[in-house]
Write a protein that binds this ligand. Structure first.
Ligand code: GAP
Length: 445
């Protein structure tokens, strides 16, 4: 983890937020390379989720919604339980469940739990009320009537737009609504770099189905998540495992939940959740809002609340997983190097362009010309003429740039350049005329 945190800061992926003021725990800023990687991850997810399905629609809901939404969803009540925390694993447990009683009195719970250990056999904290919802006030008066919440999950905006999307898109079951956006959780102990933060970004999709489809649809979205991580992000299958939630672990809305665990530097931990939320959300929003959120079957006219299978993953966690999986220290020809073996489609820069020497005008002029052509073709192309060529390659390896193109004296004569491959470190000559095609081919993987 230390190596990754250090690389992230040194090379502009992730910075502690407000660092010059000492930072704020649980908040991070993405730097120039981090934001590119984040955008590449988000567009890979959006392409696979929204563009590749003709029955999944995107939305971008507001962070602040009507406060009743969070009462209906169970978050206002569900996040204010008396909790204890396992001192070793930091898992939180409902204090009343652990004590086996039906009380929320902290003094009573504290007495009952005095000699109790967590389900993992570790010491636990004192019970205390904990609400993970971040609050604010709408308008000038800060009283209860003006209280609002920063959303703790993006899913809320999807449920309250179920009818709007269904009607405006003339959608029929099964269909999904997807969203990428910020969510906020007042985590007791944010930790492990960007793994557990207080301001996070989620990519979530709620798939509305007939109740009888719940089991097969659940399996379908579990498989989607696994395949996405392996095929689209290039994560090694050996870094992933399944974890099924037991009853104590499941969120208040879930009937079944499976996480994909990634082998993070701090150990195997949750990366991506698939949940069967049944008709919990739609029926509760219908009850609290008084609006009819039932689906009317086009054949037969049956009225029912669709069930929902949810697919939910955090962008920051995905970035940490991708970086940890790609981070490699290796020896090549007796020299050690750090290389980010990122899938080219995710790499912040696709190509680096270098003139062999920086004080030879003819070389610079040809190299600038090539740089301009590559930039208009691939966008994220970096110019690097600093230090010797070996150092430049190492610098690009460390940020995962798949190819370096070097323009040397032979280039002036025979109109060829060297393409150096990040993973194999092999260098090949290529004609300038064929350069764009060769790189396009290489970047396809
Ligand atoms: N809508 C369902 C939901 O929010 P969750 O398991 O609480 O379920 C889903 O969160 C995903 O969001 C997690 O699998 C994880 O990737 C990410 N996530 C949740 N809390 C996080 C936090 N505090 N910091 C970073 N990512 C978080």
């Amino acid at each position: 983890m230390e190596d990754i945190v250090s690389l992230c800061k040194r090379r502009g992926f992730v910075f502690q937020s407000s660092e010059i003021y000492g930072g704020v725990a649980g908040f991070y800023d993405y730097g120039p390379l981090g934001v590119e990687l984040v955008n590449n991850l988000k567009s890979a997810w959006w392409d696979a989720m929204v563009k590749d399905h003709d029955n999944i629609y995107g939305i971008d809901g507001a962070i602040i919604q009507h406060p009743l939404l969070w009462e209906a969803s169970g978050h206002v009540a569900g996040f204010t339980d008396p909790m204890v925390e396992d001192a070793v694993t930091h898992k939180r447990y409902r204090a009343d469940h652990l004590a086996g009683v039906d009380t929320t009195d902290l003094k009573e719970l504290s007495d009952l739990l005095r000699d109790k250990k967590s389900p993992d056999g570790n010491p636990i904290s004192e019970p205390r009320y904990f609400n993970m919802m971040m609050q604010t006030w709408i308008g000038p008066v800060q009283d209860d009537a003006a209280r609002a919440y920063l959303r703790p999950e993006t899913a809320g905006a999807i449920y309250v737009n179920f009818l709007n999307v269904k009607d405006s898109m003339r959608a029929k079951l099964p269909f999904g609504i997807a969203q990428i956006g910020k969510a906020f959780r007042n985590e007791i102990s944010p930790r492990d770099f960007i793994f557990r933060v207080r301001e996070l970004e989620q990519m979530e999709m709620q798939y509305f189905i007939r109740p009888q489809m719940q089991d097969e649809t659940y399996e379908q979205w579990r498989e989607f998540a696994w395949k996405f991580l392996v095929d689209k992000l290039g994560i090694k299958e050996s870094s992933l495992t399944w974890h099924e939630h037991d009853e104590n672990e499941r969120a208040h809305y879930a009937k079944a939940a499976h996480d994909i665990y990634f082998n993070f530097p701090q150990g195997p931990k949750e990366l991506w959740g698939t949940h069967n939320r049944t008709d919990y959300d739609l029926s509760n929003h219908a009850r609290v809002s008084g609006k009819d959120l039932m689906y009317v079957d086009e054949v037969g006219g049956d009225r029912f609340y669709p069930y929902v299978i949810e697919s939910s993953v955090g962008v920051g966690r995905m970035l940490l997983a991708v970086l940890s999986d790609a981070y490699t220290k290796e020896e090549i020809n007796g020299e050690s190097r750090i290389v980010l073996k990122l899938k080219p489609s995710l790499a912040p820069y696709k190509v680096a362009v270098s003139p062999l020497l920086k004080n030879k005008p003819e070389l610079i002029s040809l190299a600038k010309d090539i740089y301009g052509q590559l930039k208009s073709e691939f966008g994220m192309v970096i110019w690097d003429d600093n230090g010797n060529i070996g150092k430049r390659y190492r610098r690009q390896d460390e940020i995962g740039t798949p190819f370096c193109v070097t323009i040397d004296f032979a280039s002036l004569e025979d109109k060829t350049v060297t393409i150096r491959n990040r993973d194999t470190t092999k260098q090949e000559r290529c004609s300038i005329d064929g350069l764009i095609d060769a790189l396009r081919e290489g970047l396809k993987q």
